[in-house]
Ligand binder design. Structure first.
Ligand code: SF4
Length: 307
């Protein structure tokens, strides 16, 4: 049978790998997805339903090697990249991660960069020297969901990290030469915390100064604590235009020295992309036009949004 190179299939080319659905950032659409862990070791963020019902596990190394042997027979991914799934593959112990990266090198010589999700906890479990070791073996970029710079909101969503730790994470990745892609979540402070969330997120981004920022828009998903809070009235989701106002505050306030900023994730109402600081004025102009018009027809319709 023909196996599409981007299907996460088992070594026999037919069975789906354990763990069901896998998630990846939009920019990894042309990457080979390699599931090295199942689920998320934290799995407590109040808005996240991605890995509900999945018990966290690190896949046995022999299984990962068998997958790589299978992928070695397929065409290279056009991006030249491998993306490590699931939620926080970086949480793997250093030795295991070194073995995985070495095995990728050995079996897939076309790979130019390995990328992974990694949260504050998983990065801070590693020293700068350990991160440098991973960098030398091909780990080139970490996608890091900080969601907000506001301590109060961070605690409310059970992010499992503080603002100071998020900044330390950025510093360690920078010292190790690993590109840092930070994810923030519009609307996560609710109506009451909207301004505080946006301002604190802008200042956090200024302190982290990452190479990439992706803004997503929160959607209370049934079955999550955030959805329960929205149902009970304890959490009030800001309006679409309030969330775009947050985006404006973040872009205007973030002092970034060289950052690709995007809001092109499927969850967003207004896709924007630009290089900051170069494109700041243009991005703010585009946002101001939409905010001034207040016309929902200028936004992505609800049915076109995804999580
Ligand atoms: S760390 Fe990421 S994957 Fe894990 S629960 Fe939080 S948002 Fe979901």
């Amino acid at each position: 049978m023909t196996v599409h190179p981007f299907m996460t299939t088992g070594p026999d080319g037919r069975t789906l790998i354990p763990g069901g659905s896998v998630y990846r950032p939009p920019s990894e659409h042309a990457s080979l997805l390699l599931q090295v862990t199942v689920g998320c070791s934290h799995n407590r963020c109040s808005y996240c339903a991605m890995y509900q019902g999945k018990r966290f596990a690190i896949r046995p190394h022999a299984e990962i090697e068998a997958l790589l042997d299978h992928y070695a027979k397929l065409a290279p991914a056009p991006s030249g990249r491998v993306f490590l799934c699931d939620g926080d593959a970086l949480i793997m112990p250093q030795k295991r991660l070194v073995s995985v990266l070495s095995a990728i090198r050995e079996r897939l010589p076309w790979v130019r960069r390995v990328c992974s999700y990694g949260d504050t906890r998983s990065v801070l479990r590693k020293s700068i020297d350990e991160l440098k070791e991973l960098r030398a073996l091909g780990l080139g970029m970490i996608y890091h969901g900080v969601e907000t710079g506001d301590e109060q909101s961070m605690a409310a969503i059970v992010k499992g990290a503080t603002r100071a730790e998020a900044i330390e994470t950025a510093q360690r990745l920078k010292a190790a030469g690993i590109l840092h892609s930070v994810i923030v979540l519009l609307g996560i402070g609710g109506v009451g915390g909207s301004a505080r969330h946006a301002e604190a997120t802008a200042s956090l981004l200024s302190e982290m100064d990452p190479a990439f920022v992706g803004a997503l828009t929160v959607t209370p998903v049934p079955g999550t604590p955030l959805h329960d809070a929205a149902e009970s009235g304890a959490f009030e989701l800001p309006t679409k235009f309030q969330m775009l106002g947050e985006l404006r505050t973040i872009i205007a306030g973030a002092d970034l020295t060289g950052c690709r900023f995007s809001s092109n994730h499927a969850s967003n109402y207004l896709p924007l992309r630009g290089q900051l600081p170069r494109d700041k004025a243009g991005m703010l102009r585009a946002l101001d036009q939409v905010l001034a018009a207040g016309d929902e027809r200028m936004l992505k319709p609800e049915w076109m949004r995804g999580l």
